[in-house]
Design a protein. Structure first.
Length: 182
């Protein structure tokens, strides 16, 4: 059996963000038979505008769509900005939702995890990302939840936190993909 490819969308653009480090940790600790790739260039994608979509879509958006189409699963690792998901993540989901009903994310098993320095661990951002991805047509796995508070210390030094994040990847990989009735 071939590897299961998981594409990670990181909601923070900062090079040394905690959520980027979570994605890199998951990549390094990927379960056997799982390849984890981290999507690059989300900050290069212009805000979604139907006037620039289609055959002349920006190269960064086209690359993201191709990366998601080639992946078996999508995992979002994101903080929370002002009680919701970061704009860069919302924009990526917008691009992935088009063309309507046939976007790259349609039918893909999709989960959201991450951390933020609030007592709630980013739960609102994660809920909003799951909601948006559901509307975009992804097969969102609501039961995969790791909304980790990063109030004190380096959460990646905590073996229990890392184990929960790796378990989330395992659950995402174990999910059956929807098949389209075409």
């Amino acid at each position: 059996m071939s590897d299961t490819r998981v594409l990670v969308l990181v909601g923070s653009l900062r090079a040394d963000s905690l959520n980027r480090r979570i994605a890199e940790t998951l990549q390094a600790q990927a379960p056997a038979g799982v390849t984890i790739d981290i999507a690059d260039g989300l900050g290069e994608i212009p805000f979604y505008n139907e006037d620039i979509d289609g055959e002349t879509a920006p190269e960064a958006a086209t690359r993201l769509r191709a990366d998601v189409a080639a992946a078996d699963r999508v995992l979002v690792v994101t903080p929370e900005y002002n009680g919701t998901m970061p704009a860069v993540l919302n924009n990526a989901i917008d691009w992935l939702s088009r063309p309507y009903g046939a976007g790259a994310v349609v039918g893909k098993p999709f989960a959201v995890v991450g951390a933020t320095p609030t007592p709630y661990g980013g739960k609102w951002a994660h809920e909003h990302a799951r909601h948006s991805a559901t509307i975009a047509g992804a097969q969102v796995l609501q039961e995969i939840v790791v909304s980790q508070s990063a109030m004190e210390g380096d959460i990646l030094a905590d073996d229990e936190v890392v184990a929960r994040l790796v378990s989330a990847v395992e659950a995402l990989v174990a999910a059956e993909a929807e098949t389209s009735a075409a």
